[in-house]
Design a protein around this ligand. Structure first.
Ligand code: GLU
Length: 391
């Protein structure tokens, strides 16, 4: 039987694989520390849960046909205007079952077979797979550890061709923790102006998790290119709603219209009581800030502890909740280093090659209790000291 070649060729999602593996290892050995998946350890704030229960009890369980409840789309558009400086209207918003599906819809609706889609490396595991599944060709823009993963016009120009249909950027970045600063955003805008046929997909899923002293620019705030920008965001990371599966995209005019066609034929709509709950989520500012501060405290402690270890290097993330850690383990690549840390320190991360880098890096999530992070860093120190002595 002939299956779809684009799908057959996909690799499994490495973050999913490691999240499952870590759970299995923990079940067998409670000493295992799981820093693999990017999932807040906080429960969804109470006002959101109460709102869901209220609407569920009220029988709000039917189809909600359409791109999302008007009150939620109004609230999202207001958030994008007030917090991100973007000019989106409620009619530009489509509420989706998670941010990942919003990315899939946008890419699938925009590309034709053979089109090229640029994305940043290191980058989240699913971009190349979503591009391939859509029949397009993934083209990495390689950013370097040594340059602090700076995004430059030169890097973008090296990867663009007449076949380029879209560029995907993700800030705050998973896995590097970089935000999009003003200078990089200006370079991005200039790039889009030089290439008027290229669309930009800006994945801003971690946009509420930005640490003190930094700001993250939303490219749709640039009026000169806004009609070509698809902004993707959601509730999973910022409001600890991973399991609810609710995200959204914002795009204007014909771009939004073509995406909506595919939406209608695939999901129809998102659950009504979940959308009602998400409508109050954006007003949980105190809870969101409390979580953000907690990630910042954990970042300070965990990155500080890791950098104090000989043979371990990690820049302080500017946003999101990942440590992108480079190991000096001669003779080992990222997959071997990750396996070694797992076996010797009983700490599960995700190997750097999953994010398309040749560096000997492992990604650890610090959306985990501080006591576990302290223990993890301590065990990594013990292992690295032993390697140092043996080497
Ligand atoms: N986004 C999270 C991560 O990178 C969850 C898993 C996934 O979506 O790939 O770990």
């Amino acid at each position: 039987m002939e299956f779809n070649q684009n799908i057959l060729g996909l690799q499994p999602s490495r973050s999913m694989t490691f999240m499952v593996k870590a759970k299995q290892l923990q079940a067998a050995d409670p000493e295992v520390i799981n820093l693999s998946g990017g999932e807040p350890d906080f429960d969804t704030p109470m006002p959101i849960r109460e709102e869901a229960k209220r609407w569920l009890d009220a029988g709000y369980t039917h189809y909600t046909i359409g791109p999302g409840l008007p009150e939620l789309r109004e609230r999202i558009a207001r958030k994008l205007r007030e917090e991100n400086g973007c000019g989106y209207k409620a009619d530009d918003i489509i509420v989706t079952p998670g941010g990942k599906f919003a990315i899939y819809l946008a890419v699938r609706a925009a590309v034709n077979p053979g089109d090229e889609v640029m994305f940043l490396e290191p980058g989240w595991v699913s971009y190349p797979s979503i591009i391939e599944a859509s029949g397009a060709v993934p083209v990495p823009v390689r950013l370097r550890f040594e340059d602090g993963f700076a995004l430059t016009a030169e890097k973008l120009e090296q990867a663009v061709t007449p076949k380029t249909k879209m560029l995907i950027v993700n800030y705050p970045n998973n896995p590097t923790g970089r935000v999009l600063n003003r200078q990089e955003a200006a370079e991005l805008e200039a790039f889009l102006l030089r290439h008027p046929d290229v669309l930009l997909l800006s994945d801003e899923m971690y946009e509420r998790i930005v640490f003190s002293g930094y700001e993250n620019v939303s490219p749709a705030a640039f009026a000169s290119v806004a009609d070509r920008v698809i902004t993707v965001n959601g509730f999973s990371k910022s409001v600890a709603m991973t399991g609810w599966r609710i995200g959204y995209l914002a795009a204007s005019g014909p771009l939004r219209a073509v995406i909506y066609k595919l939406f209608q034929h695939t999901v129809s709509c998102v659950s009504g009581f979940i959308m009602k709950a998400a409508t109050v989520a954006l007003d949980c500012t105190a809870e969101i800030e409390e979580m953000r501060k907690s990630y910042e405290r954990r970042r300070d402690r965990f990155i500080g502890d890791l950098n104090a270890i000989e043979g371990v290097t990690c820049a302080y993330p500017e946003g999101a909740f990942y440590a992108w850690v480079k190991f000096d383990l001669p003779g080992m690549d990222a997959a071997q280093a990750c396996e070694f840390i797992l076996n010797e320190a009983k700490v599960v991360g995700v190997p750097g090659d999953a994010y398309g880098t040749d560096d000997c890096c492992v990604r650890f999530s610090f959306a985990t209790e501080e006591s576990e992070l302290i223990k993890a860093a301590e065990r990594i120190r013990t292992v690295m000291e032993r390697v140092g002595k043996e080497g």
